[in-house]
Every structure is written in C-alpha cells, then in structure tokens.
Design a protein around this ligand. Structure first.
Ligand code: ADP
Ligand code: MG
Length: 275
C-alpha cells in the first residue's frame, strides 16, 4: 500500500484540452478517485454543461439541483452546491447541470467574469471544515469563458492527450491561451502534467505519438500511460469511476499509478517563484 503525505497547500488543477473526446472527464474523475483512495480529500468541479464528471461520480445533477451555474451566475457559495460522491467521503463534486450551457453567454456581460470561479473557490477553501488537498476542474472542449474561469482559478494545468493522429494539433493554441492567462489574469498558472490516454501499445502510431509528445515535453509527461480499455468506457454507465467499478482492470491500475505520480511530484519547479 502506498503512503503519501497530504495536507500541504491545495493544488488546483485544471484538466483542459479544447479537443473533445481526448479523455479529460475520464482523467479528472479517475485521478480524483485514485487520489481519494490514497487518503487525499479531493473536490472535482464539473465545468462542462454535459455533466459527465458529475455522472461518473454518481452525483445527482438534474436541472433542479443547485450547480456550478448558480455559483458563476448568481454568486451562490460553492459550499451550498458541493456534494459527496457515494464512492468515498473524501471525494467531493460541484456538479454541472444543463443550465451551464447558457453560462458561457451569460457571463459575457457580468462583472469580473473571468474571476468568478476563482473567487468562489478561494472563499470555499478558506472556510472549508476540512482541508482540501486537490481541486480538479473538468473543462468543456472549448477555450471560452468557462475554461478561462478554470485557468484563472487554477495553479496547475493538466493536459490529457489521446495517442492518435493529430494528437499535437491544437496544442500550440492551448498553450498560447495559457500564456495570455499568465500575462493578464493568473501568473501562477503553469503546465504541470501531460497524461497520455487511450494508449494502444500494439499500434506503431500510438508509440510514435507518445515518443513525439515526450520529446516535446520531457518534464511534464507522466511515465504512466492510460491504456485503451473497455472497462474504462463502461464505468460511467454505472455512475462510477473505473477505479471503483473494476479496481483490478488495467485502466484502474494505470489511473492509480498516474495519481501517485502526480501526488509525488508535488508542486513542480515553477512553484517556488509563485509562492
Ligand atoms: P473528453 O472529456 O475529453 O471529451 P472523455 O473522458 O469523455 O473525453 O472520453 C471520451 C470517450 O472515450 C468516452 O466515451 C470515454 O468513456 C472514452 N474513454 C476515455 N478514456 C478511455 C480509455 N482509456 N479506454 C477506452 N475508452 C476511453
Ligand atoms: Mg468531458
């Protein structure tokens, strides 16, 4: 059994990639679940109107349920919407509802529109009855105001990359957005982690993509890669992460290893100058 020490400054990690279907949500909920399994208290913020992270964590998110929408638009305290996942008392989720689909446009005319999530999160963390070790933010597949709110609230960026053709396409646009955020909204944001997902080691293409990403980002890419596995894609239909659904499957094992790597790395290099 792995023993890790938690209790340090809260790490706020935004899981982003403007491409859809690269494994953002799967990565968010499984890393969160795996971190909770080794004793970290984790809050997942579901910032995607699809609400897939809320579903995978078994958290109700029908239209009548208070959600991240109310936090961003009506300034509800985050504490009023946070639920505990049935998976673990250490695993919390701020759910998304379908209302969030309108937030992207409604935010445009709001005061401090880029800072709304950050302010809500700071208030929440300052008053949280128990220390939160990680906040993981599941982003929608765009670089709009919801993602900008995540970038402004976070100190770390984690990018899941699908080991397929075009994997690196769009990455320079994503990193360009991050530089804009660093300059104008949040100097603390930095790329800390890249995770290779849906890896099929039998194909030469997957190996080539993995090599190419590693050569560009030697420090950021985790050693662990997440294999393509049916169990991973089945788990959400049971309202579970694969870590809970089939803990001995290859996908669950890989996500647990990735989570330990992330926890061990702690705050990365650039953090010293930001603190
Ligand atoms: P995103 O949030 O980036 O849109 P998802 O996490 O929803 O991506 O993943 C897209 C699809 O791929 C989902 O149907 C998911 O179940 C599936 N998937 C993700 N990771 C894996 C994996 N390692 N093996 C098999 N299917 C996966
Ligand atoms: Mg998603």
């Amino acid at each position: 059994k792995v023993t890790l020490e938690f209790g340090g400054p809260t790490r706020v990690v935004t899981v982003s990639n403007q491409k859809g279907g690269v494994g953002k949500t799967t990565t968010t909920v499984n890393i969160a679940s795996a971190l909770a399994l080794v004793g970290a208290r984790v809050l997942v913020i579901d910032l995607d109107p699809q609400g897939n992270a809320s579903t995978a964590l078994g958290v109700p998110h029908t239209a009548d349920i208070p959600s991240v929408y109310d936090v961003l638009i009506d300034e509800f305290p985050l504490a009023e919407i946070v639920q505990t996942s049935p998976e673990s008392p250490l695993l919390l989720c701020a759910p998304s509802t379908i209302h969030l689909a309108g937030a992207e446009i409604e935010l445009v005319s709001q005061v401090a529109r880029e800072h709304r999530l950050r302010t809500a999160l700071e208030d929440y963390l300052a008053a949280a009855p128990e220390h939160i070790d990680f906040v993981l933010i599941d982003c929608p597949p765009s670089l709009g105001l919801l993602t900008i709110n995540a970038f402004t609230a976070a100190n770390e960026l984690m990018i899941p990359i699908q080991c397929e053709y075009y994997a690196l396409e769009g990455l320079s646009q994503l990193l360009g957005s991050v530089r804009m955020i660093q300059k104008h909204l949040n100097p603390a944001l930095h790329l800390s982690t890249i995770l290779l997902t849906m890896y099929d080691g039998r194909t030469r293409l997957a190996q080539q993509v993995a090599e190419e990403v590693r050569s560009h980002f030697p420090a950021e890419v985790l050693r662990t890669v997440i294999p393509r596995s049916v169990r991973v894609s089945e788990a959400p239909s049971f309202g579970q992460t694969v870590v809970a659904y089939d803990g001995q499957s290859a996908g669950a094992i890989a996500y647990r290893e990735a989570a330990v790597e992330i926890a061990r790395r702690g705050h990365t290099h650039d953090d010293e100058e930001n603190n």
